[in-house]
Unconditional design. Structure first.
Length: 247
C-alpha cells in the first residue's frame, strides 16, 4: 500500500466540504437508513454495518443529534424509499482507475448520469470488474498527528487490536486493517482515547498513477462532479496528486 496516502485525499476533501456539510450529512443519513433496513436493527451493538456508518458520521463531524434523528427516522419508516447498492467502474483522465459506489432508487437514471460524468471529463465508464482487481478492500483509520500523540503507543495499540499496517505520513497516521477486523481495531483505538479524521472500509489501490498539476486538475474536476451527485456515496481512485496541489 506504499505510495497511497488517504490523508492527502482527506485534506483536499476538507477544503471543499466545509461548505457542503449539509450534503455530506444527507448522504450519510441515506447510508444509515440502508444500514438499519438491511441490518434489521437500529441498535449499533447488534448491527455492525450501522456501527461502521456511525463511525464514518462521527469522523465527518456529524452531530450526535443528527445521527440519532437519522436512526430513529430509518427505524420508523416502514414504506421508505428502497435504495440499492450499485458500483460503477471506469477510467478517468490520464488512465486513472476509478470505483464509484452509489445508493440509488433508480438504477437507470444513475447509470446514465455516471456515463455522462465520465464522458464529459475525458474518462470512460467500464464494465464491472474492469478496475476493481487493482484495489484491495481495507479498513482505513486516519489519526491526525499532535504533540501529545505517542507513535509507539499508537502502533502497539493498533497492532495488538489486529491492524495489518500503520503508516506514518507527514501530518497523520494511517492504520490499515482487514475489513473483518476493522470494528475491533476502531473500538480499541477509541477506547484508548484516539479520535479519527476518517474511519471507513474502502477500496485501497495497489499501485498509483502519479499526476502533474494539469492532470490533477482534470481528475479532481471529475471527482468533484461525482461527489456532487446525490446518489454517489464514495469515490475511490488510484491517482496520486502532487504534494503542492490545490484543487
Amino acid at each position: 500500500m506504499s505510495g497511497h496516502s488517504k490523508w492527502a485525499n482527506i485534506k483536499h476533501k476538507k477544503e471543499k466540504t466545509d461548505a457542503q456539510k449539509g450534503k455530506i450529512f444527507t448522504k450519510i443519513g441515506r447510508e444509515i437508513a440502508v444500514a438499519v433496513k438491511e441490518g434489521g436493527s437500529s441498535d449499533p451493538n447488534v448491527n455492525s454495518r450501522l456501527k461502521d456508518v456511525i463511525a464514518k458520521a462521527k469522523a465527518n463531524n456529524m452531530p450526535n443529534e443528527n445521527i440519532m434523528r437519522s436512526i430513529k427516522k430509518a427505524a420508523g419508516e416502514v414504506d421508505s424509499v428502497n435504495y440499492e447498492d450499485v458500483t460503477y467502474e471506469g477510467y478517468g483522465p490520464s488512465g486513472v482507475a476509478m470505483i464509484v459506489e452509489v445508493l440509488t432508487d433508480n438504477r437507470n437514471r444513475t447509470a446514465s448520469e455516471m456515463r455522462y460524468i465520465f464522458d464529459r471529463n475525458g474518462g470512460s465508464l467500464g464494465a464491472t470488474g474492469c478496475v476493481s482487481w487493482m484495489f484491495d478492500r481495507k479498513g482505513v483509520l486516519v489519526i491526525e498527528k499532535n504533540e501529545k500523540l505517542d507513535e509507539d503507543e499508537l502502533m502497539m495499540t493498533a497492532i495488538e487490536a489486529g491492524a495489518e499496517d500503520v503508516q506514518d505520513n507527514t501530518d497523520a497516521y494511517e492504520i490499515y486493517t482487514d475489513p473483518t477486523n476493522f470494528s475491533a481495531v476502531r473500538d480499541a483505538l477509541e477506547q484508548a482515547g484516539y479520535t479519527f479524521a476518517s474511519a471507513e472500509i474502502e477500496m485501497v489501490p495497489q499501485n498509483t498513477v502519479q499526476l502533474d498539476a494539469e492532470q490533477a486538475q482534470k481528475v479532481m474536476k471529475l471527482i468533484d462532479m461525482m461527489e456532487d451527485n446525490d446518489d454517489v456515496q464514495n469515490v475511490y481512485h488510484n491517482a496520486e496528486f502532487p504534494e503542492d496541489f490545490e484543487a
